[in-house]
Design a protein around this ligand. Structure first.
Ligand SMILES: Cc1cc2nc3c(=O)[nH]c(=O)nc-3n(C[C@H](O)[C@H](O)[C@H](O)COP(=O)(O)OP(=O)(O)OC[C@H]3O[C@@H](n4cnc5c(N)ncnc54)[C@H](O)[C@@H]3O)c2cc1C
Ligand SMILES: *[C@@H]1O[C@H](CO)[C@@H](O)[C@H](O)[C@H]1NC(C)=O
Ligand SMILES: *[C@@H]1O[C@H](CO)[C@@H](O)[C@H](O)[C@H]1NC(C)=O
Ligand SMILES: *[C@@H]1O[C@H](CO)[C@@H](O)[C@H](O)[C@H]1NC(C)=O
Ligand SMILES: *[C@@H]1O[C@H](CO)[C@@H](O)[C@H](O)[C@H]1NC(C)=O
Ligand SMILES: *[C@@H]1O[C@H](CO)[C@@H](O)[C@H](O)[C@H]1NC(C)=O
Ligand SMILES: *[C@@H]1O[C@H](CO)[C@@H](O)[C@H](O)[C@H]1NC(C)=O
Ligand SMILES: *[C@@H]1O[C@H](CO)[C@@H](O)[C@H](O)[C@H]1NC(C)=O
Ligand SMILES: *[C@@H]1O[C@H](CO)[C@@H](O)[C@H](O)[C@H]1NC(C)=O
Ligand SMILES: *[C@@H]1O[C@H](CO)[C@@H](O)[C@H](O)[C@H]1NC(C)=O
Length: 627
């Protein structure tokens, strides 16, 4: 019986879930004659309660660490407080079907604000580096968090980036050799199913990057790979990129085929909720508090975190109550909300706290500072291979065929993530590098030799012209900047978690970041036009040619890839901007950790989801073994 049964009593909601799991709706009597009804893993709303551990935020990190703590043989009581609910219920197949990932979190807008039941639609301050544009910054507000909002690409950083992490925080705990097994621990790798994927694609991967006993999260290739892959691979090879056996072994320089967080049995999204939270519910006493907003962390006279004040997170029923933690409070509310919660609870820059009449528990000037991010560009190409364009454009025949393949055979374009092939990484080569200023050269020289500066990311679900024909195909080739110098920040607008934080990623604010982006733009064109599938560049098109025109287009058109981190930065205790020590414990207080992307010392190159899972696994072990 699926875990969602435990959680949903409404027939409508259960119906949606039942369709996916194949379970019957309501109570049933099994072949053994035993009546099968719903268990109950809900905490009781409005009732004060005490747990050993309270995890705030049931997102990527939160469900992972909560599950590991609850599953420990010691039998600790664990509660997860989550602002949102279940995306399967609120967002239906838009979030579950991998091929719909481009609308999963941003399904519609009212004006320029996202109208989503599963995501916070934060908006940045006007970004000077982006010609003062204000950009919507999606953050999942649902069990699963980012893993329920994202594009599902799962790949790991370079080994040198991890050694750099260990060096920065002065703790061997974070070297590649000491984290690699924790990357493997979370995931169950499913090899390509060549009854569904074109066997001539012959996907290369490194079996040793997976632990056969890993899990509960599935990674796979979906059951579909795009037609474009071999052609872009050929172009990358021609340009001198090295082929890699996948992107999960600690090597990034070159190109390869990435895995995605798709459970290939059902061809549905595997999130931290469908994997870790469900597994914990089936095997432990974990309690969850959906639609519940953490308002304030509570401290005793010794500055030990004793619990959290929470509030029902819906307009019709807001009531406050208290959840006490006898062991620890773990904050996993994500890049923007973890620092916000610390600040409203009295941990942050004293001047900010004073300005909002918040009593100072620990004056930590680094809270909300040092945000690292990856500015992103997407160039659009008309291609002569089939991509997802006709599905995105709403072509009825293309959609009917894709839905039938998906529902009847768990195959076809909707069973894949529309990305993952021909993902490439490099440090910008000559001749483009020769144009860099000395300041930029100097800045980049501090990075490890295996830390790429750009990620090239082909995406099948792209923009297309309004007058598109029924057989036309387009795709993006994106570029994510992995070594920008700009640092973002956030602060609070009030002492209340109900008010959104004020966020400013400061993309392209440092002039060197624009230099790097111009070079990446040229490299995308090289990759595109050295392939045999590109017929024409649609956006920005041939009129944007000189470096001045490219710079202007980038400032007007660059966007984001939602990879922010480090707003509660891990660091050495000697650094005044350090927020958490190398075991994620908040400086200046007791019994409180921050475990999510906000606690990274920096955002490692590539995609952060794998890093968040590993991070939660590592800290769970630190908590349980008192490391
Ligand atoms: C649209 C999008 C696409 C992306 N694509 C990819 C990709 O393809 N590959 C990849 O590796 N990464 C991708 N990412 C990034 C990746 O998903 C995130 O970096 C990662 O999941 C963040 O994990 P986290 O645990 O730090 O935070 P989250 O997963 O965001 O978890 C935070 C949780 O805290 C909850 N919360 C917040 N405030 C409160 C409160 N006050 N009380 C209670 N609960 C609260 C939230 O509802 C949420 O569930 C993408 C992100 C987005 C948004
Ligand atoms: C698949 O690729 C590997 C190398 O990555 C090669 O050894 C093997 O022969 C290929 N198989 C097929 C069927 O092409
Ligand atoms: C529950 O917690 C709230 C908020 O901290 C407090 O005001 C209230 O007295 C508590 N109720 C009980 C029954 O202890
Ligand atoms: C998703 O739901 C919509 C609305 O019911 C439907 O049109 C579409 O076919 C569904 N897609 C799949 C893959 O089930
Ligand atoms: C930049 O560096 C080069 C080589 O190190 C040096 O010759 C040149 O003078 C420097 N330019 C400036 C403006 O500092
Ligand atoms: C964030 O950065 C911007 C740009 O440097 C700056 O103007 C702003 O004051 C900063 N805000 C905070 C809270 O640090
Ligand atoms: C192919 O890439 C090279 C860079 O290696 C570039 O000089 C050339 O212009 C590209 N070819 C085309 C047709 O764009
Ligand atoms: C796509 O077009 C190019 C020319 O632009 C041609 O060389 C190539 O063979 C075409 N490929 C396919 C799959 O039609
Ligand atoms: C490109 O510039 C030319 C000349 O200025 C203009 O006629 C044309 O419309 C422009 N094309 C696009 C796509 O903007
Ligand atoms: C890019 O910016 C230009 C203005 O320079 C704007 O007209 C255009 O709509 C933007 N294009 C995209 C794809 O955002």
């Amino acid at each position: 019986m699926g875990f969602l049964y435990l959680l949903t009593s409404g027939a409508v909601a259960a119906g949606l879930v039942a369709k996916v799991t194949g379970d019957t709706i309501g109570a049933s009597v099994g072949a053994d004659g035993v009546t099968d009804i719903f268990g109950n893993h809900f905490g009781q709303p409005g009732v004060n309660a005490t747990y050993d551990y309270i995890v705030i935020g049931g997102g990527n990190a939160g469900n992972t660490i909560a599950a590991r703590l609850a599953l420990d043989p010691a039998g600790y009581s664990v509660a997860v407080v989550e602002a949102g609910s279940f995306y399967e219920i609120l967002n239906g197949n838009r979030t579950q079907v991998p091929g719909y990932n481009y609308i999963g979190a941003l399904s519609s807008f009212v004006g320029d604000k996202p109208a989503s039941l599963t995501a916070f639609g934060l908006k940045t301050e006007p970004q000077a580096g982006y010609n003062d544009r204000e950009i919507v910054y999606v953050a999942g507000q649902t069990f699963g968090g980012g893993t329920a909002a994202n594009y599902m690409g799962y790949f790991r950083p370079s080994s040198g980036a991890h050694d750099h992490w260990a060096e920065f925080v002065q703790d061997e705990f974070w070297t590649w050799d000491n984290v690699y097994s924790y990357y493997k621990k979370s995931v169950n790798f499913v090899p390509p199913d060549y009854t569904k994927i074109d066997p001539s694609l012959n996907i290369t991967y490194d079996p040793s990057s997976n632990d056969p006993n890993g899990g509960p999260l599935h990674i796979s290739y979906g059951n579909y790979q795009g037609e474009y892959g071999p052609y872009l691979d050929a172009s990358l090879k021609k340009l001198g990129f090295t082929p890699l056996p996948g992107l999960n072994s600690g090597k990034m320089m070159g190109y390869g085929t990435a895995t995605g967080t798709v459970d290939p049995r059902t061809a549905t999204r595997d999130s931290s909720e469908t994997s870790f939270l469900q597994f914990a519910a089936q095997n432990s006493d974990i309690k969850i508090y959906p639609d519940t907003l953490a308002k304030k962390i509570l401290f005793d006279g010794e500055k030990k975190a004793t619990g959290v004040l929470v509030q029902g997170n819906f307009a019709t029923a807001q009531f406050n109550y208290e959840l006490k933690a006898s062991r620890e409070v773990i904050v996993s509310a994500g890049v923007w909300h973890s620092p916000q919660l610390l600040m409203v609870s009295g941990i942050g820059p004293a001047s900010t706290l004073n300005a909002h009449d918040i009593e100072v528990v620990a004056d930590l000037p680094g809270v909300g500072q040092n945000e690292r991010d990856q500015p992103f560009m997407a160039l659009t190409y008309k291609v002569n291979v089939t991509t997802n364009t006709q599905i995105v454009a709403g072509n009825p025949e293309a959609n009917a065929e894709a839905v039938a393949q998906y529902l009847n055979h768990q195959s076809g374009p909707l069973s894949g993530i529309g990305a993952g092939q021909s993902v490439a990484f490099e440090k910008i080569p000559a001749p483009y590098r020769n144009k860099y200023s000395n300041t930029t050269m100097q800045y980049l020289s501090a990075f490890p030799s295996d830390w790429p500066e750009v990620e090239y990311l082909p995406l099948e679900s792209s923009a297309f012209p309004p007058d598109i024909g029924p057989n036309d195909n387009y795709m993006y080739i994106g570029g994510a900047m992995l070594s920008p110098a700009s640092k973002g920040n956030m602060t609070i607008s009030s002492a209340d978690m109900m008010d959104p934080p004020i966020i400013s990623p400061n993309w392209l604010l440092e002039p060197g970041d624009l230099e790097q982006s111009i070079a990446a733009f040229h490299r995308i064109r090289d990759i595109a036009f050295n392939s045999t599938i590109v017929e024409a560049e649609y956006l920005p098109g041939p009129n944007v040619t000189t470096d001045e025109e490219i710079a202007e287009w980038l400032k007007e058109n660059m966007s984001l890839i939602y990879h922010g981190g480090s707003t509660c930065r891990m660091g050495p205790k000697s650094d005044p901007e350090t927020v958490v020590d190398s075991r994620a414990r908040v400086i200046g207080v007791k019994g409180l950790r921050v475990v999510d992307a906000s606690a990274f010392p920096f955002v490692p190159p590539g995609q952060p989801m794998s890093v968040v899972y590993m991070f939660a696994e590592k800290i769970a072990d630190a908590v349980l073994k008192d490391l």
